[in-house]
Design a protein around this ligand. Structure first.
Ligand SMILES: Cc1cc2nc3c(=O)[nH]c(=O)nc-3n(C[C@H](O)[C@H](O)[C@H](O)COP(=O)(O)O)c2cc1C
Length: 375
């Protein structure tokens, strides 16, 4: 279910919004009777002399602005384009995969060749696959353009060693510069202005200033094909992990805000994992939520709640009892809503669903449950 909800992104406190609504409605009622006007420009222009529809739209817009309630909802029509990779150019498949599988973490890999020449290049076909043994995998692919291989791959084939440095926002431009296809033997530490720091267990140096660096032994290299675009899985066992202590929180864990990681998306897009990009979602494995399938049908079929809202409800262990729902009817906002729309059951249902949605957005899941069970 996909709902587009256009509403004021600045949430007001749940209880706070009450007086606004009353005041607003009084003002608009008075305005409708012609005794006072609404001053100031609005997205719809001056309401003076405008049609009833415009006034109504203005009321809804203003109401939405103050109350953070939706004033326009529609269900998106989805048309899926289906692509068969076997019938599509490799460059197009490549772009689609990279656009879709995003954001991707970036392994900033330093290696040396047999003569000890240093190489440094980023790879976003990268992830962690095991903790014991600690295994990370990255993939230098054969170039789509001319089916040639990357220096990093040649180096790990020869030396079976690599350092995976994690790039953050502080070094993102230097990391990007290091991806330049310099000739073999050119040291990208020098080209990108990064400082090498000697490693302890492998010959390749690590990047000074990288928030985390992992010295690795290459356990296996799996070629995924002979053609341009084919990846090569470099399976690395982490021997030593160096972590900048400044990115740790009081518990000694990596603080995502301090890490300030960057990730690769499609085309030239990157993601900086910081600020509003980061959010917390309680792990469902900690408890056993009832699941979306256990939600009452009217909640599951709501046109106001999105799939995310339903999942938030489904992640609750215990559904409130009828008694708890009844008690919550005395909550001022709930009581006001029940009273205001008591004559119009359809409107009441919508208002309660909106209230439930607002509570879910504010992470007040149990309160949302109670309100939605009143519907
Ligand atoms: C952020 C970023 C991520 C990249 N990820 C990959 C990747 O996963 N696989 C790959 O083959 N090339 C990737 N590239 C391109 C390589 O970094 C580039 O081809 C580089 O020149 C290879 O260097 P090398 O030949 O010295 O190993 C990426 C480039 C950037 C900027």
């Amino acid at each position: 279910m996909v709902n587009y909800v256009y509403s004021n992104p600045e949430p007001l406190g749940f209880i706070q919004k009450y007086p606004f609504e009353d005041k607003l409605e009084r003002e608009f009622e008075t305005y409708d009777q012609g005794s006072i006007g609404v001053t100031g420009s609005t997205p719809l222009g001056s309401p003076q002399g405008d049609s009833f529809i415009e006034k109504l739209a203005l009321l809804l817009l203003a109401r939405s602005f103050f109350l953070n309630l939706p004033y326009f909802e529609t269900t998106q029509e989805i048309t899926m384009k289906t692509i068969n990779p076997k019938e599509t150019k490799t460059a197009e498949v490549h772009a689609l995969l990279l656009g879709a599988i995003a954001p991707r973490p970036i392994a900033f890999a330093s290696t040396v060749d047999e003569e000890g020449n240093v190489n440094l290049s980023p790879f976003s076909f990268f992830n962690v696959f095991s903790a014991k043994p600690p295994i990370v995998v990255f993939s230098p692919a054969r170039r789509v353009r001319d089916n040639t291989g990357k220096h990093t791959l040649e180096n790990v084939e020869m030396t079976r060693e690599v350092v995976i440095n994690i790039s953050n926002y502080d070094i993102v431009e230097q990391m990007s510069l290091a991806s330049t296809e310099y000739d073999k033997g050119i040291n990208e530490f020098i080209k990108s202005g990064l400082t090498p720091e000697p490693s302890v267990m492998v010959r390749a140096p690590r990047v000074k200033g990288a928030p985390v660096a992992m010295e690795c032994r290459v356990n296996d290299i799996i070629s995924l094909g002979p053609e341009g675009g084919a990846g090569n899985l470099v399976i690395c066992e982490v021997l030593l992990i160096h972590v900048n202590e400044n990115i740790l929180n009081e518990e000694g864990k990596i603080d995502p805000y301090k890490l300030d990681a960057v990730a690769r998306m499609g085309g030239d897009y990157y993601l900086r994992a910081n600020g509003d990009c980061i959010f917390e979602l309680p792990k469902p494995v900690r408890n056993k939520g009832v699941g979306v399938d256990q939600l009452p049908e009217h909640i599951r079929n709501s046109s106001i709640l999105t799939g995310n809202h339903l999942a938030r409800l489904g992640n609750t262990e215990v559904i409130p009892t009828a008694e708890e729902v009844e008690t919550f009817k005395t909550d001022p906002v709930v009581a006001y809503t029940l009273n205001k729309y008591r004559e119009d059951q359809t409107q009441l249902r919508e208002e309660l669903e909106n209230l439930g949605k607002k509570l879910l957005d504010d992470h007040q899941v149990l309160e949302a449950w109670k309100v939605l069970l009143m519907v």
